[in-house]
Design a protein around this ligand. Structure first.
Ligand SMILES: Cc1cc2nc3c(=O)[nH]c(=O)nc-3n(C[C@H](O)[C@H](O)[C@H](O)COP(=O)(O)OP(=O)(O)OC[C@H]3O[C@@H](n4cnc5c(N)ncnc54)[C@H](O)[C@@H]3O)c2cc1C
Length: 196
């Protein structure tokens, strides 16, 4: 076996070991630890799609992001697979916070209605059903604040923090300076947004 085929065989073995480790890891996990206690625990059939599959990521975070699991996760990201819950979540928050960052300072009534409807539709159709059901409840408790860019950005930040808290993730500061630095125009030269 030459050097190239030997290293290819090695990488196949690593991929197979990583896949086996993920399967074993998931099988041994408690079911859906991020579902609120007041909700009936859904059966697997309630959401048999990758968008609901965030258990491995959640437990990985809880266990201190063990390096081995990060390697497994890396392998999953390398392949072009349908998004699991964390991947979908990151992309969705990116879209939502970016929309809020560029929302008008003084939106028209029509624009406000469009934003309220957009968030309602997201809460209704978000493909991670556990996430959607909690989000719908939170939006009912504290309806979308779409009267200005600031109101929307802060409202969204607070909603995101509700989920962060539930997952044991860091709470993000919801002041406009920090939000704009993250989602609109960063002072970090690496962000290359001088054109703004
Ligand atoms: C509507 C919605 C509901 C969700 N509900 C659930 C759920 O019930 N259970 C579940 O397991 N997952 C849920 N998710 C996914 C979850 O929120 C995360 O997206 C996922 O766990 C990946 O987390 P992450 O650490 O990559 O960062 P994310 O939480 O995705 O955040 C991405 C980036 O946003 C920035 N950020 C973080 N917090 C804030 C904030 N408050 N305001 C502004 N910027 C911020 C940070 O720079 C961070 O790196 C939900 C996602 C969405 C969009």
């Amino acid at each position: 076996m030459n050097k190239t085929s030997s290293s290819m065989a090695k990488s196949d073995e690593t991929a197979a070991a990583a896949a086996a480790a993920t399967t074993t890891f998931k099988r041994n996990l408690p079911k859906m630890p991020f579902v609120r206690k007041s909700q009936p625990i859904p059966t697997v059939d309630d959401c048999d799609r990758p968008a609901c599959d965030g258990v491995a990521d959640f437990m990985t975070a809880a266990m201190g992001r063990i390096q081995h699991q990060n390697q497994v996760k890396q392998k999953i990201y390398e392949a072009e697979c349908p998004p699991n819950s964390p991947q979908l979540g990151r992309s969705s928050w990116t879209l939502l916070h970016s929309m809020a960052a560029w929302y008008p300072e003084n939106p028209s009534t029509e624009e406000q209605n469009m934003m309220v409807n957009f968030v309602s539709a997201l809460a209704r159709f978000y493909p991670c059903t556990w996430c959607a059901s909690d989000f719908q409840e939170k939006v009912q408790e504290k309806p979308v604040q779409a009267t200005s860019r600031k109101d929307l950005s802060v409202w969204l930040c607070e909603q995101h923090n509700v989920v962060n808290e539930k997952l044991g993730a860091e709470i993000f500061p919801c002041d406009m300076k920090t939000l704009d630095e993250r989602w609109r125009k960063s002072g970090n030269p690496q962000c290359n947004n001088d054109h703004l």
